[in-house]
Design a protein around this ligand. Structure first.
Ligand SMILES: NC(=O)c1ccc[n+]([C@@H]2O[C@H](COP(=O)([O-])OP(=O)(O)OC[C@H]3O[C@@H](n4cnc5c(N)ncnc54)[C@H](OP(=O)(O)O)[C@@H]3O)[C@@H](O)[C@H]2O)c1
Length: 368
């Protein structure tokens, strides 16, 4: 039943955040399923409430399975624990414990009200479902999914005269779907200068409009970059504070073109020659979480920034498309190690693998 609750919750991927997408199944006293639900977009009811409304009076004396401990506080909605008690739920099976202090205490409150509570923290599907939420709460950073397309031999970058598309249209469709479900898409200036991407979600039903964030230490992004001319989420250009301070005209020009410039503090290693070190990348992500309300990030950068994100342990999940062909001749030498090698050493767990047209696709995430 918890796995069923997870499947229901997954349908809300991209809708519930920054809240966790909680799945709930309710059975009546005879064991018949009478209600199911998942958390609605912020301000809407949590999964438990949706399921209770569906169950109505049939919930009395019944069992509820929830993927996360029901909330015990008045946020945008009243506490779910009160609704469960009022509905007369006799037993509750919980898949994971609430780590956000503000909302915790639900289990104790339910037990005090006479509800039998069983905690089942051994269900893998639940662990994976809420990994992003728990990690956001514990680190203060968004959940970072890195996406890349690679040739069969692991190359990401093609020479300028060759099409930059490594993966096929079916893979791109999946990427656009993810773009429509995250709060921000992050890229590096190398990708902007090479590919001039728009980084918007096209041809899919968008659940949210992602802000587009460019790591551009020296403010090299052209004011006529395609992403600045494409309607969509705000464009944020992250640079070094000394660069912003000494180039007010450049900042003004970018702002006039619709971008917002964020000067990011941080201690960098001299050897990085002005690029963002792990500390500065960490600051950027924290500011995106705290000041911009960004809970989920999809990165679509080249091998340079990817390497730095892995190096600073800032990657939580990876969506990788592998084309059946090897790269064209004359391909830039791989930066060593290749992103696929970095992923292998990160020791992520494979969540899903399959095919999108001719490409192999794999989704993996960290195990906590
Ligand atoms: N296959 C794919 O999925 C995929 C996706 C995106 C891009 N690409 C390809 O990747 C190539 C571009 O690669 P790239 O590595 O130049 O792009 P990138 O990773 O998007 O951007 C690299 C740039 O970001 C800036 N940067 C700041 N801090 C950095 C840090 N700590 N580490 C690395 N870079 C940092 C640097 O700018 P400064 O030089 O100004 O300091 C650097 O040149 C293009 O050929 C593009 O087509 C492939």
């Amino acid at each position: 039943m918890l796995e069923r609750a997870v499947r229901i919750a997954l349908r809300g991927h991209g809708e519930a955040e920054p809240n966790p997408s909680v799945g709930c199944v309710i059975a009546d006293a005879e064991g018949r399923v009478v209600g199911e639900g998942r958390t609605r977009p912020p301000g809407g009811p949590h999964g438990e409430i949706v399921a209770l409304r569906q169950a109505g009076t049939a919930a009395r004396g019944g069992v509820a399975w929830t993927t996360l401990e029901p909330c015990n506080h008045h946020g945008r909605t009243p506490p779910c624990v009160d609704a469960l008690v009022e509905a007369g739920i006799a037993r509750l099976v919980v898949g994971s414990i609430e780590t956000n202090e503000v909302a915790s205490g639900g289990i104790a409150r339910l037990r005090a009200a006479g509800v039998e509570v069983e905690i089942r923290s051994d269900v893998d599907a639940v662990r994976r479902l809420h990994a992003g939420f728990h990690r956001r709460v514990s680190t203060g950073r968004p959940w970072v999914v890195v996406k890349w397309a690679e040739t069969f031999d692991g190359a990401l970058a093609t020479p300028p005269e060759v099409s930059p598309w490594i993966s096929g249209p079916r893979s791109l469709g999946l990427v656009h779907r993810e773009r429509g479900r995250v709060d921000a898409i992050l890229t590096g200036i190398g990708t902007v200068l090479a590919d001039d991407p728009r980084l918007d979600a096209r041809g899919v039903r968008r659940r949210r409009t992602a802000k587009r964030v460019v790591v551009d230490p020296d403010l090299r992004i052209p004011t006529d970059a395609a992403m600045l001319k494409t309607p969509g989420g705000e464009v944020i250009v992250a640079c070094r504070p000394d660069v912003a301070a000494s180039n007010p005209d450049r900042v003004g020009g970018l702002e006039a073109a619709g971008a917002r410039v964020l000067a990011i503090e941080g201690d960098d290693d001299e050897s990085l020659r002005g690029r963002f070190g792990g500390d500065r990348l960490d600051h950027l992500l924290r500011r995106l979480a705290k000041e911009e309300g960004i809970g989920t990030v999809l990165t679509e950068c080249g091998p340079g920034l990817l390497q730095s994100l892995f190096g600073a342990d800032l990657v939580d999940a990876a969506l990788v498309f592998t084309a059946p062909e090897t790269g064209p001749t004359g391909l830039k030498p791989f930066p060593r190690p290749r992103p696929r090698d970095l992923l292998a050493t990160a020791g992520f767990e494979t969540i899903w693998s399959g095919h999108r047209g001719p490409d192999a696709a794999r989704w993996s995430q960290r195990i906590d």
